[in-house]
Design a protein around this ligand. Structure first.
Ligand code: NAG
Ligand code: NAG
Ligand code: NAG
Length: 179
């Protein structure tokens, strides 16, 4: 019984006046790159045993709880693209890594440690996503010369039955009929 009480009290209250700190300045990243959204506790505090939630608006980006990540509750658009640095958490670093950035990832993110005693349990980070550098502009004259849409269009009506036959033979699947 005593042990249970001790356990319960150690779980419900966290004796720390550390604040959660995000970033004053927006973080900028290019489409398809990876990015780290910075967030940490100040002064440093071990959050290895606490819950950490990353959200964008109401969307759940990443949840860390019971000493591991909980991908079941995150939004499907973030599935397989997020991580936190478990070893860094010992020093209060709860930064989020986000991979394969798309324009849809831009927005206001929050890092949240619900069990913290401090009044400042949330940090904020804005993410700005920039398009890939304009390689298209440089390449467009060449592209126009290389592309021969007329040929493609001419070939298209002639070849499908032939192509379909080959694919059917190779694969042996009826899939070929659908294309
Ligand atoms: C993030 O962006 C919102 C509006 O888009 C702005 O109100 C807020 O102050 C920004 N926060 C930070 C920490 O840059
Ligand atoms: C975190 O939990 C583990 C086991 O659940 C325990 O051994 C460890 O002492 C705890 N660490 C802190 C900082 O509370
Ligand atoms: C947190 O960890 C990440 C990944 O190792 C690192 O890039 C970042 O600088 C760390 N932040 C702090 C405040 O230590």
């Amino acid at each position: 019984m005593k042990l249970l009480l001790v356990l319960m009290s150690s779980l419900s209250l966290v004796d720390a006046d550390s604040d959660v700190i995000g970033s004053d300045k927006p973080v900028t990243v290019t489409v398809s790159d990876n990015v780290i959204l910075p967030c940490h506790l100040e002064p440093p505090f071990n959050v290895r045993n606490l819950t950490v939630e990353w959200k964008r608006g109401e969307t759940i980006v990443h949840i860390y709880t019971n000493r591991k990540d909980d991908p079941g509750r995150q939004d499907k658009n973030f599935r397989g693209r997020t991580s936190v640095f478990h070893e860094e958490m010992i020093r209060g670093n709860i930064s989020l890594k986000l991979t394969s950035i798309t324009e849809l990832d831009a927005g206001s993110y929050t890092c949240f440690v619900p069990k913290l005693q401090s009044q400042v349990r949330r940090g904020f980070v804005n993410l700005t996503v920039e398009p890939v550098e304009q390689k298209k502009d440089k390449g467009s004259p060449t592209h126009k010369n290389n592309r021969q849409p007329e040929n493609v269009v001419k070939k298209a009506p002639i070849n499908p039955p032939y192509t379909a036959n080959i694919r059917q033979t190779i694969s042996g699947h009826s899939e070929a009929f659908s294309s």
